[in-house]
Design a protein around this ligand. Structure first.
Ligand code: NAD
Ligand code: 3PG
Length: 530
């Protein structure tokens, strides 16, 4: 029975997300926050689906030797060690757009709540206390809102708050002035923004650079009437400094959805009247969870199928146009044929694209070629994720070239390997027919036409009558049936290259006998996978 890939769901995932995984995977569940349960559960997992409470650090990644993908049903990836995943060849994907609306809307709620003391007044009234003067607040209209981090969420918050009549300014060194002006905000240096704002909201990932970004120095620069909102990550606003600033009246109020350590049920901040606190609810809506679950599930399925994953964060290539996608497995296989033909990894690899595909972005094809070339010799798993890293380690450099002239084909891809001993080996493939069947059209300078699928076997020998019969006889003696074959002479007509698609791998002893019988100087097999 074929083994279905194991998809480990480590946190609450929407039913729509689970359904999107389909029936061709073996879905298992574990509580990802329970380390003792998570690590053994990863042993069999091909994919793991997490939210923010599962720590996928180096140890957890090493506990999953079969892992191909870590999918985050949400935006923040600070719980995933991306460099460790990349080294292990594990693709990491998030669902960056899934919870933007929900988080921005919660931020609007927190801004209103901290301006008008909504939660405090609600709690007091339910406790029997009618205190109208006690819970008097301030208006948002006409006030300056400082947005730190003008990405997806920050930009939406900026647009929504403009509708409240706020004057929105932003700080984000990584966005363009054009993006800021399209969002309707002015970009300011951080110090200037801090000095001007009446309300501050942060929308930053947790990174070494952003950890503690809003701390003692920032509070010193702000007006004492400022109100601070954090629905991004707890450690971005230093909680101890915030507490001190609130206590000493250097900050007028705060609304927090996130905390340095979570779950957090006991913080000095929770003792203050001018603090509104929610338990990390930014993405907690039915809509956001449905989108996050479906997006993450789709990334898992694409990654397991070896296809391009648009939400991947650790694959070194830009967007892959639809027309380029069928070329990925083809180029990968060409890489395998090349390494097997040469008996090793080249020092330099050129990926030449010709014809109609030459004009398309092709970074992903270079990665696929590297994967194919490297996986014959690498000791661990090779994927498009770690192929550049592994290539660098073994001194293999690669480049992409393109020419509009497709030659005999509408489009073709050639891999040209230059080996340390000076040998040059080329293999060329194309996609044919309406079903875009992958075909080999050139190997070692011999033109041919052979399906590039299943197990392949090649022999190069001095051309003579009866050679194919001898080879076929050796294969038949081992019960190996030939599905397709091609003989191609070199231009001088003296050397022949025979390529076979075979129904089962040719045993090496049979290939050796066949090679001896026809005096082959080269004989090699390319397995169907890996
Ligand atoms: N409370 C929640 O439930 C919730 C929900 C979604 C996201 N988040 C958190 O919010 C963060 C932001 O989400 P997003 O969707 O806007 O992400 P995003 O990647 O679209 O935007 C982040 C922005 O921060 C900017 N940035 C990075 N470093 C900076 C720095 N030092 N100074 C100023 N700007 C800097 C980036 O340039 C980017 O524009 C996420 O990383 C996640 O941690 C929390
Ligand atoms: O980063 C995110 O997407 C939010 O913080 C939501 O996290 P959660 O999926 O753990 O609720």
């Amino acid at each position: 029975m074929t083994r279905h890939p194991v998809v480990l769901i480590a946190e609450e995932l929407s039913p729509a997300g689970v359904e999107a995984l389909g029936t061709d995977v073996d879905v298992r569940r574990v509580d990802g926050s329970d380390r003792a349960a998570l690590l053994p559960a990863l042993a069999d997992a091909d994919a793991v689906l997490v939210r923010g409470a599962t720590l996928m650090d180096r140890e957890a990644i090493a506990a999953g030797p079969r892992l191909k993908v870590i999918a985050r049903a949400g935006a923040g990836l600070d719980n995933v060690d991306i460099p460790a995943a990349t080294e292990a060849g594990v693709l990491v994907a998030d669902a960056p757009a899934s919870d933007v609306t929900s988080t921005a809307e919660l931020t609007v709620g927190l801004l209103l709540a901290v301006a008008r003391n909504i939660s405090q007044a609600d709690a007091a009234l339910k406790n029997g206390s009618w205190q109208r003067a006690r819970w008097s607040g301030v208006e948002l209209s006409g006030k300056v809102l400082g947005v730190v981090g003008l990405g997806r969420t920050g930009s939406l918050v900026a647009r929504l708050m403009a509708a409240f009549g706020m004057d929105v300014v932003a700080h984000d060194p990584y966005v363009t002035a054009a993006h800021a002006s399209a969002t309707g905000v002015r970009l300011l240096p951080l110090d200037e923004l801090l000095a001007r704002c009446d309300f501050l909201t942060v929308h930053l990932p947790r990174t070494p650079e952003t950890t503690g970004l809003i701390g003692f120095d920032s509070f010193r620069r702000m007006k004492p009437s400022v109100r601070v909102v954090n629905a991004a990550r707890g450690s971005v606003v230093d909680e101890n400094e915030l507490y001190a600033a609130l206590k000493e009246g250097r900050v007028a109020g705060a609304a927090l959805d996130v905390y340095a350590g979570e779950p957090c049920t006991d913080s000095p901040l929770f003792t203050l009247d001018n603090v509104v606190a929610t338990p990390h609810l930014g993405a907690s809506t039915g809509e956001a969870q449905e989108r996050a679950g479906i997006d993450a599930a789709n990334s898992v399925l694409l990654a397991l199928a070896g296809e391009h994953v648009p939400d991947a964060v650790n694959v070194q290539c830009g967007p892959v146009p639809e027309a380029m996608r069928p070329w990925l497995p083809l180029t990968e296989r060409l890489g395998r044929v090349l390494t097997r033909a040469a008996g090793g990894v080249p020092a330099r690899l050129e990926v030449r694209l010709r014809g109609e595909i030459a004009g398309l972005p092709a970074g992903a094809l270079e990665l696929a070629a590297l994967k194919g070339v490297l996986e014959q010799t690498a000791t661990g798993a090779v994927s498009r994720v770690n192929a550049p890293l592994l290539a660098g380690r073994c001194g293999l450099t690669s480049r992409l070239t393109a020419s509009q002239d497709g030659g005999a084909q509408r489009s073709a891809a050639t891999l040209r390997g230059v080996f340390p001993d000076g040998r040059i080996v080329t293999v060329t493939g194309t996609l044919t027919g309406v079903r875009l069947q992958p075909k080999l059209v050139e190997v070692l300078g011999h033109e041919l036409e052979l399906p590039l699928s299943g197990d392949l076997t090649f022999l190069r020998y001095p051309d003579r009558p009866g050679a194919v019969g001898l080879i076929g006889g050796e294969f038949a003696a081992e019960g190996v049936d030939i599905a397709a074959m091609q003989i191609s002479r070199d231009p001088s007509g003296t050397t022949a290259l025979a390529g076979f698609c075979v129904d089962a791998p040719v045993p090496s002893t049979a290939l050796d006998r066949a090679a001896i019988s026809v005096g082959a100087d080269l004989a090699w097999r390319v397995p169907a996978t890996g």
